[in-house]
Write a protein that binds this ligand. Structure first.
Ligand SMILES: *Cc1c(COP(=O)(O)O)cnc(C)c1O
Length: 420
């Protein structure tokens, strides 16, 4: 169920009218629904009911907010992290070190060490070079690091090119045709406990076939590794399940995904691991914004200038992504408009020629499906601050990330003595 719905003509987040939040916290502001987060987390888990004890790790990069992580920790999720900073957050949210998986193509020496010292559950190694470095570090600390080898299966995820990760030319993982020899070499390292293989072919996947194709290749690899006398007890199937961004769009359900996984992994005899991000939080958040003013543009539709911008929500500028845009108090009238932010870039455009609720200066509106890859991608471009985040739970809400004002950012900058 959508947790952002009209009640008596006013858009609510669960039981809270959005104007109340705008009054209390100001705009722009990200809002997350706890009920939506838990519903998605449970739907994902239930979709995998046909598996024996799957390991669920939320992909922190999709929404690293501490309170969001805590909601998911309470749903029994661990974390898939891609930096030391994300690891710190997952631990701060109460996720067990054992339930943390560390992915990423460029883990630094310091980050590998951080993972070893924290005792995280699994490193997903993305190159032979990284494996040797980790092996040395672990040995030096008298430990064996549990590892999976991330494989690049050379499968086209049929998603946006900037979020496709499983094709040969992408930087992620080791080429599948070299995976067996690399796995064998790393298995001989005393500092490593090579226990499995991993894939993640991309994000916002609209179809299951590319995933199924990747899993088939992974299954063949597992058989090959075992044939060579190597041990494989885990397989990490990554994330990538897409979510609808437009009302009416239909995406594979968690149940369909789960059924495909059961089919594709039959006989693997491993513990399966998952790293969903967007599926869990994408539709659990909106970006609440206020119209600054409308501006006529020649003969074309007007520009509706809102107080959110590409620095707050980068997806439209970065990927040409669509976000549904709705008035908080719709009058029933409609208009065609270009929806833009205040930033001095033409890319700061959320939508062109958008059929939308009629809006004028001072009105509130939301960009929907902003719970994933929203606040986390924010910058302070144009010396704007960082947008606050609010978590709603029933009829209560709390600021879970404060607004960072431009002055606070300025306070961290210094003019050197020799320029004084
Ligand atoms: C980004 C990422 C995910 C999550 O992807 P979603 O599309 O948000 O589910 C999972 N695993 C890895 C390694 C990632 O980089």
């Amino acid at each position: 169920m959508d947790q952002f719905q009209l009640r008596d003509g006013v858009l609510h987040a669960e039981g809270v009218p959005l104007p109340d939040i705008a009054d209390a916290v100001g705009t722009p502001v990200y809002l997350y629904s706890r009920a939506a987060l838990t519903a998605q987390a449970r739907a994902f888990r239930e979709g995998l009911a046909g598996l024996d004890n799957p390991h669920l790790a939320f992909a922190v990069k999709a929404n690293p907010n501490l309170a969001v992580l805590r909601v998911l920790q309470r749903e029994g999720f661990g974390a898939d992290v891609v930096s030391g900073g994300e690891m710190t957050r997952a631990l701060a949210a109460g996720m067990a070190a054992e339930d943390i998986v560390f992915s990423g193509v460029g883990k630094t020496h310091a980050e590998l060490l951080q993972g070893i010292e924290a005792g995280i559950g699994q490193f997903n190694i993305e190159s032979e070079e990284e494996g040797y470095e980790l092996a040395l570090l672990a040995e030096r600390h008298g430990k064996r690091a549990a590892c999976a080898l991330r494989v690049n299966p050379d499968v086209d995820a049929r998603t946006h090119e900037k979020i496709s990760t499983g094709k040969r030319e992408n930087k992620f993982g080791v080429p599948i045709d070299r995976a067996a020899s690399i796995y064998a070499a790393l298995s001989a390292q005393p500092g490593l406990d090579m226990r499995g293989v991993a894939v993640h072919i991309g994000s916002q996947l609209a179809e299951l076939e590319p995933l199924e194709g990747a899993f088939a290749k992974l299954g063949a690899l597992i058989a090959e590794l075992r044939g060579a006398g190597l041990s494989v007890s885990h397989a990490d199937l990554g994330g990538g399940l897409g979510v609808p961004y437009k009302a009416g769009e239909v995406f594979p359900s968690a149940a369909e995904y789960g059924a495909m996984v059961v089919r594709a992994t039959k006989g693997w005899d491993v513990r399966l691991m998952f790293e969903p991000g967007r599926y869990i939080c994408g539709n659990a958040g909106v970006l609440l914004t206020r119209v600054i003013r409308s501006k006529r543009s020649g003969n074309g539709p007007p520009f509706v200038i809102v107080d959110a911008a590409m620095n707050d929500l980068a997806r439209p500028a970065m990927y040409g992504a669509w976000h549904d845009f709705d008035a908080v108090e719709p009058t029933g009238e409609h208009m065609t408009a270009h929806i833009v932010g205040p930033i001095c870039e033409t890319g700061d455009t959320f939508a062109m020629d958008r059929e939308t609720d009629a809006l004028s200066a001072g009105d509130l509106a939301v960009f929907r499906t902003a719970g994933a890859y929203g606040a986390t991608m924010a910058s302070s471009y144009n010396s704007r601050g960082f947008v606050p985040e609010v978590l709603v739970d029933g009829d209560r809400f709390a600021v879970v990330a404060e607004r960072i004002a431009p002055q606070a950012i300025l306070d961290a900058e210094h003019v050197p003595d020799w320029l004084a």
